[in-house]
Design a binder for this molecule. Structure first.
Ligand code: LMR
Length: 394
């Protein structure tokens, strides 16, 4: 029967990860997949996570099943982290998922159950896996303008004009912070305008928040998500713990469905439980438990937040360094946007040929759309990248 299968396109980001591993050049630089690396090129286990893991090993007495939605303590801790006190806890349904991707997938499943003809509006560009999952699920996808190729900022007028075409029964997918792949983000006043527009259209917002703490800080990065959740009748939020807890391979995420009252919440919760059961029964627990321990222990939490802040500041420093280096070499502020962008990524604005030249001639790997992972740089590689950008005529 399997001869009937057709080959699926490989994931561009994961393909790049593989190509980098296979490149024998010692001078190669990986700016591809969104993984944080420290100044030595390592992706460390965060101190508080390691401490929680040790404590868990000593105290955990069973590996029996949790609930279908995962450990309620994880949901509580994550809802508080993402939503603060923006909405009543009684109105939030939540289920642990395998990573942020699992939350995105479950969210799409839920909206398709609610409306088989749903259209999902996505930013152009967006994380390629959003598009891939939507295509796989045969959900109609409608792009909305987002990135201004000239300014490398947000094309806000274009975005508003396109989102205005969404209606009740449609979903508008938004990046809560640290837009992936561009690094260009809305200001809070612009978010207010988006919220007002969504209220007018009746479309349901879905927020993907995978980088809380990587942009302007844990609270500031959650501000837009909190605004949306507290201002509109319903929304979905897919949160990832991969990056801000550095637990990529543990697959830890949470899908939240915010409703107006607790009876709507019950239906949402039953649906999330049902979806977990259909897709994988119980969500993975190890990462979720570590996150819960870190968030609920004062000392661990303080240490985690401090380390996350170190990571964030080091990325901001690298952004400034790269922008300055490019200004020094090119004599113009053309790349000043790199210092303005936030999160792990910036879209450079290079052509696919230039990106390929960077890889072939300089061993510098970035995604074909010229998305570069700022966290893949360090003080030594910033000048090398800047020189290569100039050499490739970008
Ligand atoms: C990325 O965008 O590089 C990360 O979110 C990793 C992934 O799964 O694509």
């Amino acid at each position: 029967m399997f001869e009937a299968l057709t080959a699926q396109p490989p994931d561009k980001i994961l393909m790049l990860m593989q190509a980098f591993r296979e490149d024998p050049r010692e001078t190669k630089i990986d700016l591809g997949v969104g993984v944080y690396k420290d100044a030595n090129g390592l992706t460390p286990i965060m101190r508080a996570v390691k401490a929680a893991e040790k404590q868990l090993w000593e105290t955990e007495t069973t590996k029996s099943y949790t609930g279908l939605a995962g450990d309620p303590g994880f949901s509580d801790a994550m809802i508080a982290l993402v939503l603060g006190d923006a909405v009543a806890r009684a109105n939030v349904a939540a289920a642990a998922t395998p990573g942020g991707t699992g939350a995105v997938r479950q969210a799409f499943d839920m909206v398709k159950m609610a409306n088989p003809d749903v259209r999902v509006f996505v930013s152009d560009p967006t994380w390629p896996n959003h598009l891939s999952i939507l295509k796989h699920m045969q959900i109609q996808m409608v792009p909305y303008r987002y990135f201004d190729g000239e300014t490398r900022g947000v094309d806000f007028d274009g975005m508003m004009a396109d989102i205005a075409k969404a209606g009740k029964g449609d979903v508008v997918l938004l990046h809560g912070c640290c837009h992936n792949p561009t690094g260009a983000n809305l200001t809070l006043p612009q978010w207010r305008e988006v919220v007002a527009l969504l209220a007018k259209t009746g479309a349901t917002p879905m927020i993907d928040i995978a980088y809380q703490g990587f942009g302007d800080g844990l609270e500031d990065d959650a501000a837009a998500t909190r605004l949306v959740a507290s201002s509109l009748p319903e929304c979905l939020i897919a949160a990832s713990c991969s990056k801000n807890f550095g637990i990529y391979r543990e697959r830890t995420g949470l899908l939240m469905a915010v409703a107006q009252d607790s009876s709507a919440r019950k239906l949402n919760q039953d649906t999330l439980n049902y979806l977990n059961r259909q897709n994988y029964s119980f969500p993975p627990d190890h990462g979720a438990r570590l996150v819960t321990m870190v968030l609920t222990d004062q000392a661990l939490r303080a240490d985690w937040a401090a380390e996350l802040e170190e990571v964030r500041n080091s990325m901001l420093g690298l952004r400034t360094h790269l922008a300055q280096e490019l200004q020094r070499l090119g004599g113009s502020d053309r790349f000043g946007f790199i210092a303005q962008h936030r999160g792990m990524f910036s879209r450079l604005g290079a052509t696919p040929d230039q990106v390929e030249k960077l890889r072939a001639d300089h061993g510098i790997y970035m995604v074909g759309d010229s998305r570069l992972n700022i966290a893949g740089l360090n003080a030594k590689t910033v000048p090398i990248l800047a020189q290569a950008i100039v050499d490739c005529g970008i």
